[in-house]
Ligand binder design. Structure first.
Ligand code: C5P
Length: 248
């Protein structure tokens, strides 16, 4: 069956809302997957494993191939150093960049200030990692449940001038209600129903996350480790498109 213009339109919207996490040890492994995926996706997330190995050369290569790069470096340092990190990521050509909300108000304000220019990436403040549950939080001295902590950190980041957040699907509805439509909410920990959760603790399906207000989903292993990565990515895109039209 040939897809209608409407189908193509909703697929194109869905592509804007999916970032594939390239968690690979080197450029060759990452580019092998990128070659297979072709134009199935538009956003690629480069995290610390790949960035420390392949650096800006790989970021440039991905951009030359027409992808948008989400640099997930989770900056967390003194304000001056983080501001410098944001400027370097701007030079690298990242369009999204993460900082840890737990770095505090002064660090977040410095990051927001460094990202004020037109070419700078959109900043995303990481609230509570999706691999962290209540017990893990207690272990680092945070006695609040993950949702309460995520809300506290999201408010801190918002009041420091950052309009994007990374949170789990469990908190995204609450953050959407709290921060309104202007917030750009990115949700990792996405798993197709019934599949392995790996090291993630707070997971949801793509449709669940979109239905409760996610702007963008981050998906790694369910696509990168699939025997058919294109099929896995297409299934997630179809779920996003369907959840989008159901919530209209
Ligand atoms: O393979 P999987 O789908 O679990 O990958 C999730 C990706 O999202 C990883 O690259 C991980 O570093 C990132 N991430 C996360 N939880 C956060 C922020 C980022 O899992 N809170």
């Amino acid at each position: 069956m040939t897809p209608s213009n409407n189908d193509l339109g909703s697929l194109s919207n869905a592509k804007e809302r999916l970032a594939v996490a390239l968690d690979f040890p080197d450029a060759r492994a990452a580019l092998d997957l990128v070659d297979r995926l072709g134009d199935t996706c538009r956003w690629l997330k480069v995290g610390m494993e790949l960035y420390y190995a392949a650096g800006n050369e790989l970021v440039s290569e991905l951009r030359e191939r027409g992808y948008k790069v989400f640099l997930d470096l989770k900056l967390h340092d003194i304000p001056n150093t983080v501001a410098g990190g944001v400027r370097s990521a701007t030079t690298a050509g990242a369009e999204l960049l993460t900082v840890h909300a737990g770095g505090g108000a002064a660090m977040l304000r410095a990051a927001a200030g460094a990202a004020a220019g037109p070419d700078a990436p959109r900043l995303l403040a990481v609230t509570v990692l999706t691999s962290i549950d209540e017990d893990e939080l207690k272990g680092v001295g945070v006695m609040s449940p993950p949702a309460e902590q995520a809300l506290r950190l999201a408010r801190l980041a918002w009041n420091s001038g950052i309009r994007g957040m990374v949170c789990s699907a469990e908190e995204v509805g609450m953050l959407r209600r709290e921060l309104g439509p202007e917030a750009y909410l990115v949700v990792p920990g996405i798993r197709p129903a019934g599949s392995a959760t790996d090291d993630q603790r707070r997971v949801a399906t793509a449709s669940e996350a979109i239905a409760v207000g996610a702007s963008m989903l981050v998906v790694g292993r369910p696509i990168t480790k699939a025997t058919d990565p294109i099929g896995a990515a297409q299934a997630i895109l179809a779920e996003i498109a369907e959840a989008e039209s159901a919530s209209r």
